[in-house]
Write a protein that binds this ligand. Sequence first.
Ligand code: MIC
Ligand code: SF4
Length: 753
Amino acid sequence: MPFDIEMIDTFYLDLEKRISQIRKIVTKPLTLTEKILFTHLDKGQVQKDFARGYDYVEFLPDRVAMQDATAQMALLQFMQAGKDKVAVPTTVHCDHLIQAKHGAKQDLITAKETNHEVFEFLRSVSNKYGIGFWKPGAGIIHQVVLENYAFPGGMMIGTDSHTPNAGGLAMLAIGVGGADAVDIMAGMPWELKFPKIIGVKLTGKLSGWTSAKDVILKVAGILTVKGGTGCVLEYFGDGAKSISCTGKGTICNMGAEIGATTSLFGYDGKMTDYLRATGRAEVAAGAGLIADHLTGDPEVYSKPDLYFDQVIEINLSTLEPHINGPFSPDRAWKLSEFANAVRENGYPAKLEVGLIGSCTNSSYEDISRAASIAKQALEKGLKARSEFTITPGSEQVRYTIERDGLLKIFEDLGGVVLANACGPCIGQWARHNADKQGKNSILTSFNRNFAKRNDGNPNTHAFVGSPEIVTALAIAGELTFNPLTDFLVNNEGQKVKFDEPAGLEQPVKGFAFEDNGYVPPAEDGRKVEVIVRPDSERLQILQPFDPWNGKDLEKMRLLIKVKGTCTTDHISMAGPWLRYRGHLDNISNNLMIGAVNFFNGLVNSVKNYLTGRYDTVPDVAKSYKKAGIDTIIIGDENYGEGSSREHAAMEPRHLGVKVILVRSFARIHETNLKKQGMLALTFTNKEDYDKIHEDDLISVKGLTEFTPGKPLRIVLSHNDGSTDEFPVSHSYNEKQIEWFRAGSALKLIKQQH
Ligand code: MIC
Ligand code: SF4
């Protein structure tokens, strides 16, 4: 029986009626995005056609998913909300804390030991509050959600930026910070600025070496890392119908890399197939009865320019495989032009490691296509010349590909099968020699490739491609190899060439598993005890942040003026720091240690005016905090892109930073800052970024009249006695201003209960 089938059935039974009510108010043809958003409006809300990119709207999503690295902070906050049980179906997935070193079996045993306290905490909190718990080794959150929980027309939020993966099953799934998840778990509506909608029309059909991954690699190249900010990408067209459900998941998942609020496809036959293959024929039957309401209206798709804010068209028949990177997921190269790019840019041509899998590319189809290449290599007398790792996304996929002999093919080729977890994708990779910081290249089928992300080495050039391309290049051992055109020489000295990959969307014998790793919660969790040791270095009960003192912020010191890209990995690094995700004080020791200081071009080296010396960012922040001096961080474009981790907002808050002033924000991070009671401001005139000097005293004026839509003012007192003044913008609404005044959104929830 599918999870929460009653909830899904009720939703489907009611949908026809709700859509016709909506059509009375919004008389134009509707995109799927609008249908889902309108059918999930908070109850009391008067329905109207909202202004895209402008109106804040309150929603009631159907479910919440959290992964272990973000769930700790989310649940530490939820525990303060004073509830007995979560208000909507919710799950926790243990996937980020498993380090890849030797291979699946041993790594999982080690992870369970080293993270015992955290896993126990998550298990007991889940048990207490009615949350489904997926054990370590069960799989990566997004793959498990797609296999078990996602349903067409539904809406969910997840404390991970790649939550949009469920868009592959026509669900509107949005990545958020933990405090947002607390809203929904506590039974309150969750607000979002009504998104703009970009239509992506897919024509033609994928074939040969080109796969779903190449669609999103191409889209990332078109839109860049910030081109999707504030937008939902809705895919449609005949080409869309030809892509497998899991392939659609890949495309939606990696939409996080262009800053999109989410991405989704309309319900179609591929989704029916997948629902059936994963034991959810009931969901498919329910969806089938109201299929028209689970996709955009035909008028929208036939005249997309009239109904979308922007339209992109991609012909799948002529789309080439792509490789994106290094250091940014939007640096897109056609495969036929990649070898030249490697030579011209001096990227290390030797491919050290090829890594396949992750939440975005570990479906049966992905693995079987990659295995078809690996099999050919074995038959043609080749072995992998690069190191090669395989990360299955879930125990269901792992068990099935083992049964079907696919894992053995990879192992015969020299591949290492890692645990069903994030592993190297999030720097949980004990890569030998990474500490020597040598210049090298790796190629993954993951979604992100920011500097240092995979192994902590700033000189690792990480590139992203489809699993079949990664496999072919790992066999060749060279980034300049093009499997479509080039030959390899085998161990008998013969020239051999690969045939096109071939795979199966669904396993012929069906999916199987012995233990999928799911642990249901107690019926009545009130007596379950949750233990957080006061001396724990991994977990810490949260202390509420101070409320606003009612005054303008005067004469703050600059903590750091960041130069260039500043992702959440730069603000709160992952890898070894994942260890402290449940302990705000300890994790704050990584605040901004990856960001480049504008004034000296160095990482983790900023001036401390109390000592006159340059020191690490966390130490300088602590020293100002101890002296009672408020601080400000200045940033550039798309500040906080990447992860949903709210630590990137809580750490500066904890260490006395009052304001983050940037050229522009990534969506999730901006909301996280607001939720934690920070001032998130943007330069009204982007050039004013240049006016900020290292030794300025910086004030924010106008806070006593803090109002939606009204700019605040910055006053700079320079060291030479001169001053500068300029306006700064904000996107706070009334409610968000209340969060600022109270000290955080959570404090308001507590006051209200
Ligand atoms: C990521 O892919 O960057 C992560 C690690 O999954 C993050 C979540 C986290 O930092 O815990 C994300 O995507 O939100
Ligand atoms: Fe895990 Fe990587 Fe997916 Fe993030 S992107 S959830 S780290 S596999």
